[in-house]
Design a protein around this ligand. Structure first.
Ligand SMILES: Nc1ncnc2c1ncn2[C@@H]1O[C@H](COP(=O)(O)OP(=O)(O)OP(=O)(O)O)[C@@H](O)[C@H]1O
Ligand SMILES: [Mg+2]
Length: 252
């Protein structure tokens, strides 16, 4: 039975897609079967894996709009063990059916949870049916954040949303796995302060070792490869290895 991790932060540009693609690739390199589902219509996960969807390619959004099933949208990447369900860049964000549980139900009824060790859901920053479907389908949430003062607000908005999902009884399994600082430079005082304030608020154990600022992360996206394949000797590649080890320790 797969474990499902949603990568979320209500703040845009907080490293959700980079985290999703690179952690998925890292877990697959450890020998896991991994399914990456791109709920953000920006379609960055396909870009990051070098996959170019065509107009009629089935997508998670096509599934949510009732056009087809979910399993038929799975594509293999060129990395062993790593599969993707791409996004539809033409999908209107308001256009998800009424149910918050469409994705969760399909992962089970179409037996995708039986085929994978880990399912990773990349999400949009917007609050809509796409994000709610992802939160309802997941067991854990990982929150990447850039350690600026403003990022606290994105985290607080997400915390309120998690509370809403829990209090409406939509997903009682969902727990915060942890917080992942990205584009971090601990020589900068503000970065140290934001990290320490999150550790105080949520517990030091929930703060994963961060991903340092490294142009290789952006470059890897541009060439459609995870950073471990594009720049295996880079500090970002080393940081993603450590982040995934920490994730495995926290996910008990
Ligand atoms: N460790 C890093 N070092 C340098 N640049 C990074 C790093 N991590 C991410 N970036 C860059 O920061 C930008 C935002 O990252 P990303 O697209 O992953 O964020 P996001 O939260 O998915 O954004 P959105 O909310 O738009 O979906 C991208 O240009 C990405 O290449
Ligand atoms: Mg993104």
């Amino acid at each position: 039975m797969a474990r499902t991790l949603v990568i979320s932060n209500r703040k845009g540009g907080s490293g959700k897609s980079s985290t999703s693609v690179n952690m998925a690739a890292e877990l697959a390199a450890l020998g896991q079967q991994v399914l990456l589902v791109d709920l953000d219509t920006q379609g960055h996960c396909a870009v990051g894996l070098g996959f170019k969807p065509q107009r009629d390619t089935p997508t998670v959004h096509g599934f949510l709009a009732g056009r087809h099933g979910l399993r038929c949208a799975v594509v293999e990447s060129i990395w062993p063990g790593l599969h993707l369900i791409p996004a539809d860049p033409l999908f209107e964000h308001g256009g998800v059916g009424a149910s918050e549980l469409l994705l969760r139900d399909a992962l089970v009824t179409e037996s995708l949870v039986d085929d994978y060790d880990t399912i990773i859901l990349d999400t949009p920053p917007s609050l809509d049916g796409l994000l709610i479907n992802a939160l309802c389908a997941a067991d854990r949430v990982l929150v990447p954040f850039v350690p600026h003062y403003l990022s606290g607000e994105g985290v607080r908005q997400l915390a309120r949303l998690l509370f809403r999902v829990a209090s409406r009884g939509l997903n009682e399994r969902l727990k915060v796995l942890g917080f992942l600082p990205v584009m971090v430079d601990l020589r900068i005082g503000q970065h140290r302060e934001v990290n320490s304030s999150l550790s105080h608020q949520f517990g030091a154990a929930r703060l994963l070792p961060g991903i340092r600022t490294d142009i290789k992360v952006a470059e890897a996206f541009a060439v459609g490869k995870p950073v471990r394949a594009h720049a295996p000797q880079s500090r970002a590649a080393a940081d993603y290895v450590q982040a995934v080890l920490a994730l495995e320790k926290l996910w008990v």
